[in-house]
Write a protein that binds this ligand. Structure first.
Ligand code: 5GP
Ligand code: ZN
Length: 115
């Protein structure tokens, strides 16, 4: 599986940096954002290193579908019952800070810090 030794999320996947995990399977990991914008703020990432959404192609369609399909399941498990936002920031103009593909899923009662 593709791995980037300098990537902070690859280090989280490898257990070299601790995280509060919300879900894990062979392909995906979900963990709580260290700097949450909302009462519940998780990041869903593929375990294979892909830098941005722009680096995906048709071969990633199933993985991207599973990332999206995980969101409602996770929010239900985490007690979010009134809706949530799903966000993928891509590239400099998209405000992406960590260059390992991730989907933010944010929910819980407002007001939120951002968004
Ligand atoms: P981006 O701006 O790239 O879409 O979002 C990156 C997110 O990763 C930010 O919300 C930031 O708080 C989160 N983040 C960055 N480093 C860490 C970390 O070491 N652990 C966790 N749990 N979240 C992180
Ligand atoms: Zn990575």
């Amino acid at each position: 599986m593709t791995h980037d030794a300098n990537c902070i999320f690859c280090k989280i996947i490898a257990g070299q940096i601790p995280s509060r995990k919300a879900y894990e399977d062979e392909e995906l990991l979900a963990f709580h954002d260290i700097n949450p914008w909302a009462p519940v703020h998780v990041l869903i990432i593929p375990k294979a290193h892909v830098a941005t959404l722009s680096d995906t192609g048709p071969e990633h369609a199933a993985m991207l579908g599973r990332m999206l399909a995980l969101a409602p399941r996770l929010m239900a498990e985490l007690g979010v019952t009134n809706g949530y936002r799903t966000v993928i920031n891509t590239g400099p103009d998209g405000g992406q800070e960590v260059y390992h593909l991730h989907m933010h899923v944010m929910g819980g009662p407002r007001p939120w810090l951002k968004g």
